[in-house]
Design a protein around this ligand. Structure first.
Ligand code: GLP
Length: 242
């Protein structure tokens, strides 16, 4: 595992955007796994700036989601499909057809999970998976004690994650769905390169356990220690307990 400490969130966004740019110059139709939440936004902004300036050609890039809420109405602004379309697909000028994600409003959620897991493999696998981290060490929506071999499946959110994410729902925890579809940890580990970005002091404990703790299901992100090409990019605040 490679750990890169940068001064602040903007520098983290830039360095990860550079990694994506290098991948796209090597493999223009790379499949990029994108994460939601606040942390990766500087990455998408830095990447979009490179596309606008002509430094990066993302016209053939493909994008896939890490996770999705279950049961939000189609087009809800905080569904992860809406977020990825708004923050990644549109700013990078990608076509909607270059984008895939799990169907959180499917009638048969179990079938939708299996279909998405299979679709990722059929697409040739994820080339670079960008990850954030929850304050409890979750990646995607793999909450603590998720199996390290898990596949894409339905999960129940912990109260802590619902509290953490209530800010996207007007601060009202009642609006935060209880259930989600997430790529499993085993699914995530199949990506060719994992890049976990964490910024801010609130992530310092989770980062320390991820990087220096034992590999354990109670800290899902610690599974990155098992991957051959994992990069953890942290700002000084998130690195403060290393
Ligand atoms: C959600 C997402 C995760 C993300 C986490 C942290 O739970 N499912 O993929 O890493 O939030 O979000 P933030 O970056 O806003 O702290």
């Amino acid at each position: 595992m490679e750990v890169v400490i940068v001064p602040d969130a903007a520098a983290g966004g830039e360095i990860v955007a550079q990694a994506v740019a290098a991948l796209l110059s090597r493999k223009p139709d790379a499949l990029l796994g994108v994460a939601t939440g606040s942390t990766p936004l500087p990455v998408y902004q830095a990447l979009a700036a490179k596309v606008r300036s002509g430094a990066v050609d993302a016209s053939r890039a493909r994008v896939c989601q890490l996770d999705e809420y279950v049961g939000l109405p189609a087009g809800h602004p905080e569904s992860y499909r809406s977020v990825v379309l708004r923050e990644v697909v549109e700013p990078l000028g990608l076509s909607a057809g270059s984008f895939m994600g799990p169907d959180g409003s499917a009638e048969d959620i179990l079938a939708a999970c299996a279909a998405y897991d299979a679709a990722l493999s059929a697409a040739g696998g994820v080339d670079l998976q960008l990850l954030g981290i929850g304050t409890d060490g979750h990646i995607g929506f793999n909450e603590p004690c998720s199996s390290l071999a898990s596949r894409t499946r339905i999960k129940t959110l912990t109260d802590q994650t619902r509290v953490d994410n209530a800010r996207f729902f007007g601060g009202d925890i009642e609006q935060v769905p209880h259930h989600v579809i997430t790529q499993g940890i085993g699914t995530i580990l199949e990506a060719r390169h994992l890049v976990l970005l964490a910024t801010g002091e609130g992530k310092a404990d989770a980062v320390a356990q991820t990087v220096e703790g034992p590999v354990a299901a109670v800290v899902p992100a610690s599974a990155l220690q098992l991957h051959q090409h994992a990069t953890v990019v942290v700002d000084e605040a998130a690195a403060s307990k290393l």
